[in-house]
Design a protein around this ligand. Structure first.
Ligand code: AMP
Length: 572
């Protein structure tokens, strides 16, 4: 049975599989590879995932969710109807859709996936990602760091021996990795990143500037208007990767406003974001003690690398050649598919070794809330290290070991993974010697062994439930099972209905009637037509909507509305 690779992205998700001697991307029901990581939940528990849900963002902002990957492993929830959903549950719905697409593509059940995660995801976020897999009916034994997946793709396809940096700026996260690739080995030497920096932040900067320039306040807009402002800002941001000046008209409830932006202005507005991008690069270089002369090139990946503002800035701070990946949206998924093939020991990839590193230090708390690392960040995995400790109080007969992950000197500012209590023979302070051994593997499983007075305590830290009892987890599984994904075969038609709803909102009021009548006609044909009539209705209505989309886009760009095609045919 095939193991699939999944890039579970902040903005889009993709699946891939090793088939016929190469990695193939798996198309969704629209024949596209990118499935927007957007989920919309109906009151009856029906769920829309992807493109349709994206169309619902404007009309149903309260029950449609995106960018939830940012909240992975936190307690932040989204409310739809009577239920609250954690990020991993919303992600599980996306994974379920990808799993179904893969099953249709392969013609067999799919039960296991290698999922990519930002290298800088901590243990909470990694465990939440694994749980999302469980909730979607997928075993996720192996996770691959996103930049490692990109490195794997480049090395397998190009077979170059080189040392390079992968700079991966996606929708919501930034990861930087230093890679050494030679023969069959892809070795990750250092990683750093920012879990809260991505394309979304540039969109937000543009939307806020638009509000300021028009005397509006983003926070005071209705959820629907906020979604419209963000959508316009996103379109302007995408436009700026093609030309230097982009303008749009934005139709909000209160009236029509103008959004104008140039790349120069965006550089001025996003100075703070750009500086944050430099930090992980510096850290990777410092941690590994590498100079620019030792690096052959920097590869930019992730959708946001397409922004000229980003590429220009990175070129200005890196002392070596900078290239933009040829398929920045797909590289991670292709690499995840290769990692899945390595795990399956399939075909040409069976001898390839991808070594990764520990992104955060692991250690224990010692006196005075001090953090004592046992495995330092950027150690190559798998690795095993031992720390030695002694008692601090006379005749103490118990020791509590608090195991933390993080980089802060104060233990309590790091992430608490586990507490282990051991019993020792009471003796004067300093006379009891305890050895604490951490073994950390490529799947993120931490094996802890504590030895004192000839006795051993052993604990494997994996798949932590993050304060959830098994019962609560079962309950979540039950809730998700009750929710049904909208059937794939009806997706094409439903997408047109939702697109019509969005265009209705976006076009001038006096033309709305045309959209409404065309939509009603399409819905009637769906209800009463036979298969051939429904297919014809689909073609006709999608043509109408693409012309409408063009007219709305032109109007947003030029302020002029081409009315010529709004003449309705009366061939009902
Ligand atoms: P990813 O998570 O790698 O799919 O990246 C998604 C992010 O890339 C989103 O924030 C998009 O707005 C951004 N993005 C995609 N294409 C472009 C483009 N042509 N210009 C600027 N940003 C883009």
């Amino acid at each position: 049975m095939a193991i699939i690779g999944i890039d579970l992205g902040t903005t889009n998700s993709l699946a891939s599989v090793w088939k016929d001697g190469k990695v193939q991307l798996i198309p969704n029901s629209f024949g596209e590879y990118l499935t927007p990581s957007v989920v919309s939940i109906e009151e009856d528990g029906q769920v829309f995932v992807g493109k349709i849900a994206q169309e619902m963002l404007l009309g149903r902002p309260r029950q449609t969710f995106r960018e939830f990957k940012r909240n992975m492993g936190t307690d932040i929830t989204c409310q739809a109807w009577k239920h609250r959903y954690r990020a991993e549950e919303l992600s599980a719905l996306v994974l379920r859709r990808l799993k179904e697409d893969a099953e249709r593509f392969l013609g067999e059940p799919v039960t296991e996936a290698v999922v990519s995660v930002p290298a800088y995801f901590n243990d909470d976020k990694r465990c939440a990602t694994k749980r999302a897999g469980v909730l979607a009916g997928l075993t996720v034994e192996r996770m691959v760091n996103e930049p490692s997946a990109v490195a794997l793709k480049h090395h397998v396809l190009e077979k170059d021996m080189e040392r390079f940096l992968v700079f991966d700026l996606g929708g919501g996260t930034l990861d930087v990795s230093l890679v050494d690739a030679f023969e069959n080995i892809v070795e990750i030497q250092a990683v750093a990143g920012d879990n809260y920096l991505g394309g979304k932040d540039f969109t937000q900067v543009i939307a806020e500037d638009f509000c300021r320039e028009n005397g509006l306040s983003m926070a005071a807009l209705t959820p629907g208007d906020q979604a419209l402002a963000l959508r316009a800002a996103e379109q302007v941001k995408l436009g700026l990767s093609e030309k230097n000046f982009v303008s749009r008209r934005v139709l909000l409830e209160k009236g029509e406003y103008s959004l104008e932006m140039t790349n120069q202005r965006l550089i001025r507005l996003s100075g703070g974001l750009l500086q944050r991008m430099a930090k992980p690069i510096r850290r990777v270089m410092d941690d590994s003690g590498t100079s620019w002369e030792e690096i052959d090139r920097v590869i930019l990946v992730g959708g946001s690398s397409r922004m000229p503002v980003v590429a220009q800035y990175i070129k200005s701070i890196c002392g070596t050649e900078v290239t933009v990946d040829d398929s920045p949206d797909e590289s991670i998924a292709i690499g995840a598919g290769m990692a899945a093939a390595i795990k399956m020991r399939t075909g040409e990839l069976q001898d390839v070794i991808l070594s990764d590193i520990c992104p955060f230090s692991l250690g224990i708390q010692v006196t005075g809330d001090r953090f004592s690392p046992i495995i330092e960040r950027n150690e190559t995995l798998p690795c095993s290290r031992t720390g030695f400790y002694t008692t601090v109080n006379d005749y103490q007969d118990k020791i509590h070991f608090y195991i933390y992950q993080g980089e802060s000197l104060s233990a309590s500012e790091n992430l608490l993974l586990e507490t282990i209590r051991i019993e020792v023979l009471p003796r004067p302070a300093g006379e009891v010697r305890v050895a604490v051994t951490f073994m950390y593997d490529i799947n993120g499983i931490l094996d802890v062994k504590i030895s004192a007075d000839g006795e051993n305590w052993h604990r494997v830290i994996t798949n932590r439930n993050m304060g959830l009892t098994q019962e609560e987890l079962e309950d979540r599984l039950h809730t998700l099972r009750e929710m049904t994904l909208h059937p794939m075969e009806q997706e094409r038609n439903r997408l047109l209905v939702e697109t019509a709803g969005r265009l209705y909102r976006e076009c001038p009021v006096r033309y709305r009637g045309v959209i409404e009548r065309q939509l009603s006609r399409f819905e009637r044909e769906l209800k009463h037509g036979n298969d051939r009539e429904i297919r014809e209705a689909y073609v006709r209505f999608s043509l109408f909507l693409s012309l409408a989309e063009q007219a709305v886009n032109n109007r947003e760009e030029t302020g002029r509305f081409d009315e010529s095609f709004w003449v309705e045919d009366d061939t009902e």
